[in-house]
Write a protein that binds this ligand. Structure first.
Ligand SMILES: *Cc1c(COP(=O)(O)O)cnc(C)c1O
Length: 217
């Protein structure tokens, strides 16, 4: 689907929810997409992109940054502590802060370099054993811990279980963000971004609906 159609659907979902369209940032998730598809979206003027692997982002975005100004890169996938420094050098936001060890590493590097990307804490709202994210009961404590480390926590992020109604998870995440005084909500993907916007999403992460099905480059 062309980017303009996605932006129109986002604008409509905002209008239906009584929200301003500029309250929602569309992160175009470009993982595993061929360069020519990414370039087409850049040429349409879009600048906010998401990748789930540091390695792949490092191989792609420094090149695009030589050609296009103002790229805003968001890392949305699991982050190993030994890749934290590289991730912090590449991305303007990290959506997958999910454990104390990672928070401590990010804080140490942030103090050393004097900068830190915007951070989102990933919450395992479905309490799925195989999925990353802080358990719902641990969220308040972990937010406090990150704040104690002076980390710039902007919001919460979730990936609802595939077989469940996403809106229940969006509502839960919104409630947890609200009680922690966090303005950001990274939720909603190709199949459910309109619902996520209805529940207050500030960042929707849209891959296949923008770029087409993911293919191996
Ligand atoms: C791949 C990915 C997306 C995008 O998924 P689509 O269904 O293609 O929109 C969103 N969030 C995360 C964390 C992802 O890894």
């Amino acid at each position: 689907m062309p980017l303009s159609d996605i932006m129109a659907r986002v604008a409509k979902a905002c209008e239906d929810a009584g929200r301003a369209a500029d309250e929602v940032t569309v992160i175009a998730v470009s993982k595993v997409q061929p360069d020519e598809r990414v370039r087409a979206v850049l040429d349409e003027g879009h600048r906010v992109f998401g990748e789930n692997k540091v390695q792949e982002a490092a191989g792609k975005w420094p090149r695009f940054r030589e050609e296009y100004d103002g790229i805003d890169l968001h890392l949305i996938g699991p982050l190993q502590t030994n890749k934290a420094r590289q991730a912090m050098g590449l991305a303007q936001a990290i959506h997958s802060v999910d454990r104390p060890k990672l928070a401590n590493t990010l804080a140490r590097i942030a103090q050393e370099t004097g900068t830190c990307p915007d951070l989102f804490i990933q919450v395992n709202t479905g309490e799925e054993p195989q999925k990353a994210g802080v358990m719902p009961l641990d969220v308040d404590g972990f937010v406090a811990e990150c704040r104690g480390l002076d980390l710039p926590v902007r919001g919460l992020m979730c990936i609802p279980p595939v077989e469940e109604t996403p809106s229940l998870h969006f509502a839960l995440l919104a409630k947890m963000a609200d009680r922690n005084g966090l303005p950001g909500l990274s939720m909603g993907m190709s199949g459910d971004f309109e619902q996520a916007i209805a529940f207050g999403a500030t960042h929707v992460r849209i891959g296949s609906a923008i770029f087409g099905e993911r293919v191996k480059a």
